[in-house]
Design a protein around this ligand. Structure first.
Ligand SMILES: Cc1cc2nc3c(=O)[nH]c(=O)nc-3n(C[C@H](O)[C@H](O)[C@H](O)COP(=O)(O)OP(=O)(O)OC[C@H]3O[C@@H](n4cnc5c(N)ncnc54)[C@H](O)[C@@H]3O)c2cc1C
Length: 273
């Protein structure tokens, strides 16, 4: 008999425990299938493959590929709603996203590799809950709302709930929503990745900064517009530091990158697209 202690020997396709494949075509059917014990959702599978190698097993794999509504992007002039099944390539190039939030389109357009970008989805990026993935950093600064469908009904949470683990267990992430978009300027800096990345949103007279890093969950701080970026960065919690970079150094870098983003905003305001 072949013994495979999880975490010591990476599983291969041959050693994967069997599972049932479900292919629902509606969110209602997907929620029902996802609610069964041992069920796992699958979109582009770019992270799921790694999870299986890390020891994940499931009784039912619920493929969301045929739930076409998850691929929708909607814009009503104020609210931008992006389905969880939108892949990085399509989402970042979408005309509605580019017109409504050019900074998000640009930031989203810079993540992952070309091959991965064409199958990896927004929903998978968020729900994999890996600190090195970037969409929760961008959406955190934007104050986005994550809409879940659950057997008990719809639930809306903030991106921070993914890390606080207060999102509905087993819920299907349906879409991500950003409200009052015309009031927002957004920019994203990933030049210091993996040390840290910085997302900044300016809404009315407030600057909101979310800082992500390889090993720690994203942190969000806010202050009135005009506050010195270094002062805002000083509000980041001590937990921002890790073995790869002290809290002091990360606060310093976050302040520098925020200043760069705010300078870009000033330039863009003077040179509207
Ligand atoms: C080579 C490589 C480079 C990468 N580089 C970057 C990078 O630079 N920046 C970055 O941010 N990311 C990067 N990634 C991560 C990539 O963005 C994610 O793997 C991808 O977005 C996951 O999406 P997916 O559709 O493949 O999800 P899947 O692998 O299908 O699923 C991931 C997780 O989400 C759950 N899930 C999926 N959809 C839903 C849903 N609708 N509701 C509830 N749960 C759901 C699944 O059950 C699973 O746990 C990289 C990945 C690879 C392989």
């Amino acid at each position: 008999m072949l013994l495979l202690p999880t975490g010591m020997v990476a599983p291969t396709q041959r050693t994967l425990p069997g599972f049932t494949l479900e292919r629902p075509t509606s969110t209602v059917a997907a929620v029902a299938a996802g609610a069964s014990p041992g069920a796992v959702y699958a979109q582009g599978c770019s992270d799921l493959i790694a999870q299986f190698r890390e020891g994940l097993s499931c009784d039912t794999l619920v493929s969301l590929e045929r739930v076409s509504s998850l691929g929708a992007i909607e814009w009503d002039g104020s609210t931008l709603e992006i389905g969880s099944g939108v892949d990085h390539h399509a989402g970042s190039r979408d005309a509605l996203v580019r017109a409504a939030l050019p900074g998000l389109a640009e930031g989203w357009g810079g993540i992952a590799t070309e091959r991965i970008r064409r199958r990896a989805t927004l929903g998978g990026n968020l729900m994999a809950r890996r600190t090195r993935y970037e969409m929760s950093v961008m959406l955190g600064a934007l104050g986005a709302e994550l809409d879940f469908e659950t057997p008990q009904g719809p639930v809306t949470v903030s991106p921070a709930a993914l890390w606080d683990r207060t999102e509905p267990p087993g819920g299907l992430l349906r879409a991500v929503r950003v409200v009052d978009v015309p009031q927002v300027w957004f920019g994203y800096e990933r030049s210091m990745r993996p040390l840290l990345t910085v997302a900044a949103a300016v809404r009315a007279d407030t600057v909101t900064m979310t800082v992500g890093s390889e090993y720690t969950r994203p942190f969000t701080v806010a202050a009135p517009l005009g506050t010195d970026p270094a002062e805002l960065a000083a509000q980041l919690p001590d937990a921002l530091g890790d073995a790869a970079g002290s809290t002091r150094y990360r606060r310093h870098v976050a302040g520098v990158l925020l200043r760069r983003l705010l300078e870009r905003r000033t330039f863009e305001k003077g040179n509207p697209r």
